[in-house]
Write a protein that binds this ligand. Structure first.
Ligand code: HEM
Length: 145
């Protein structure tokens, strides 16, 4: 709603792909909604629901030259990572198009974008939450202005 141009583009996409006069949109029809997926990524980048992830070092270790003794509390600052100008152009701007023509996704292989964390303790709800978000948003874009 803060980005009317983005909203209009997403509405066109969902209405083009799904046609006229539909009552409900189902999960199996979401695959073609590429722009909507970019919007979801961009929202997760700027507003990660879990911005700070607390962890504790299980053993003495060194990370980027910093000695971290066993038992130290450390935080993964997902919020800061996803707005880091070293990895993102105009990081404070809402720009879903930044995900166009690249493979950057939130499945844990791109460390600049980890709203669901990465590695062994990554969120097991990724697929579930993605489906629900896509379904809700597609229905809203389709039926409302
Ligand atoms: C947009 C939606 C969601 C986001 C951004 C998200 C993000 C995360 C993050 C960052 C973690 C790691 C937390 C940590 O290490 O302390 C996590 C863990 C977890 N999430 Fe999600 N989550 C989402 C939705 C869901 C849903 C829908 C479910 C279940 C249906 C779920 C279940 C879990 C569970 C069980 C863990 C703990 C995994 C573990 O510690 O091994 N999440 N989530």
């Amino acid at each position: 709603m803060h980005n009317p141009h983005t909203m209009a583009k997403a509405q066109h996409e969902v209405r083009d792909v799904l046609g006229e006069s539909r009552s409900v949109i189902t999960n199996s029809e979401l695959g073609e909604l590429h722009y909507m997926r970019m919007i979801i990524k961009e929202a997760l980048r700027l507003h990660p629901p879990g911005p700070l992830i607390p962890c504790m070092a299980r053993e003495d270790c060194t990370v980027k030259g910093y000695d971290i003794p066993k038992g130290t509390n450390v935080y993964i600052n997902i919020f800061a990572i996803s707005r880091d100008p070293r990895y993102w152009i105009n990081p404070e701007e809402f720009m879903p198009e930044r995900f166009e023509n690249n493979n950057v996704n939130y499945k844990g292989a791109y460390f600049q974008f980890i709203p669901f964390r990465a590695g062994r303790r990554q969120c097991p709800g990724i697929q579930f939450s993605s489906s629900i978000t896509e379904m809700a948003l597609a229905n809203l874009f389709y039926h409302f202005h």
